[in-house]
Design a protein around this ligand. Structure first.
Ligand code: CTP
Length: 405
């Protein structure tokens, strides 16, 4: 197999020293690494250190005269099978998001067709600043893959999110990008994500807390692994995943119809959405006026989408989620049976590293054969692949059984 090449951008962050470890691990996997070091990156680590490990010249200057026969940024952009920026500073994210190309790294990245992976590292207040978050969203929309930073004690003494992701996670994301698994090729996967909104009147609605991140991560990971993915999504503020058919919906009734309509054409359904369980009995055509005694709302149950699909599942594989605040195992297993599921991924919504809005999650995956596995705390992206691995194993088992019959 042809040797793969990674271009690694190193920007100004105290985590720049970790680039040495990243290079060394990639090289152990037989990957050639070329490093572009930014001006501020070079304040934290020397070109010599990186060059010694990479065994290729480190590029720092746009106007280097040593290789005048090649337009260097174009040559590197073409050479890359994957492009990694680790650590990525807030300054780099801002420039990349807005097409500013004022140094070797930002110029080369504009010219590459290779998959681009970015591992940010910075102080947590900077990372959580809306301008940085918006830049990240813009880049995600354009297909950049983010390896989310971890939480912990930061170099500045603060504690919070912003620490460069673990080197192993970065390296494995790069290896995945270099050799994309296509194990789910030919699998038609239906995923639901996000909350629903149940209107009371033209301006008000009731909803569930759900960012949609878990379902979007599953849809994205499955598409990358070759599945044909339909994503039925309630209202969320996330960029549409690439190569996924997105079906936006608002109410749980809309979601029911969209999932039901796509169900016949799918091999597996992962219901990661949090559809509202209750909806107003009556929808007021006019804005409801304030009254002296407040407002009594009459609510009715919505239809349980997963339950209905479980009743007509035939050969399909069904995975549900259970968000629980108590009796996790018992509640999850009874949902698994009641809804006729193959799997249920249960999380404790009161745990700090799981649930709403955060980038990490931790689930226990129960299956219909009595199995239970703990995922450990991981990023929602990594968890998406972990859940898909379980789904894939079940698909293979079912195929094996069908073949034997
Ligand atoms: N679900 C669904 N339709 C609904 C409500 C939930 O398909 N109207 C799905 C969710 O997407 C999830 C699973 O059912 O995959 C479990 O959701 P959860 O809210 O934990 O369970 P409920 O069945 O609603 O039970 P309860 O509210 O009593 O915990």
């Amino acid at each position: 197999m042809k040797q793969k090449t990674v271009v690694l951008g190193v920007t100004g962050s105290i985590a720049a020293y970790k680039a040495c470890d990243i290079i060394s691990r990639l090289k152990k996997q037989g990957v050639e690494v070329h490093v572009i070091l930014t001006e501020s990156g070079s304040r934290f680590i020397t070109p010599l250190a990186l060059e010694t490990i990479a065994a290729t010249p480190v590029v720092t200057d746009m106007f280097n005269r040593e290789t005048p026969w090649e337009v260097e940024h174009i040559a590197l952009a073409k050479k890359a099978d994957a492009f990694l920026v680790a650590p990525a500073s807030a300054n780099f994210l801002g420039k990349a998001a807005h097409g500013i190309a004022d140094d070797m790294l930002t110029t080369t990245i504009l010219a590459t067709h290779a998959p681009i992976l970015v591992a940010p590292a910075m102080n947590s207040a900077m990372y959580l600043n809306p301008v940085v978050q918006e830049n990240i969203q813009l880049l995600q929309k354009r297909g950049y893959r983010f390896i989310s930073p971890g939480e912990g004690r930061l170099a500045c003494g603060d504690t919070g999110v912003g620490r460069l992701a673990e080197v192993e996670d970065i390296v494995s994301a790069v290896l995945d990008a270099l050799n994309p698994r296509q194990d789910l090729a030919g699998v038609r996967l239906l995923v639901s994500a996000g909350p629903t909104q149940e209107a009371l009147d033209p301006v008000r609605y009731i909803t569930n807390r759900s960012s949609g991140k878990m379902g979007y991560a599953i849809a994205q990971a499955a598409a990358r692994r070759g599945a044909e993915v339909t994503l039925v999504s309630g209202p969320v503020s996330l960029p549409a995943p690439q190569r996924v058919k997105l079906v936006p919906v608002v109410s749980s009734d809309d979601m029911f119809r969209a999932v039901d309509g796509a169900f016949a054409g799918c091999d597996a359904l992962i219901m990661a959405a949090a559809p509202a369980d209750f909806t107003p009995q009556n929808l007021s055509g006019q804005k409801i006026k304030k009254q002296g005694n407040g407002l009594n709302l009459a609510l009715k149950n919505t239809r349980d989408i997963l339950l209905a699909m479980g009743q007509k599942k035939e050969g399909r594989i069904l995975m549900g989620f259970a968000a629980e605040s108590e009796n996790l195992a018992q509640n999850a297993q009874s949902k698994l049976r009641r809804k006729n599921l193959d799997f249920i991924a249960a999380n404790d919504i009161l745990a700090q590293d799981a649930g709403f809005g955060v980038d990490t999650n931790r689930v226990t995956l129960y299956d219909d054969r009595g199995g239970a596995r703990d995922s450990g705390s991981m990023t929602k992206d990594a968890l998406a692949d972990w859940l898909l691995d379980a789904l894939w194993a079940r698909i293979q088992r079912n195929r094996g059984r069908a073949g034997a019959e």
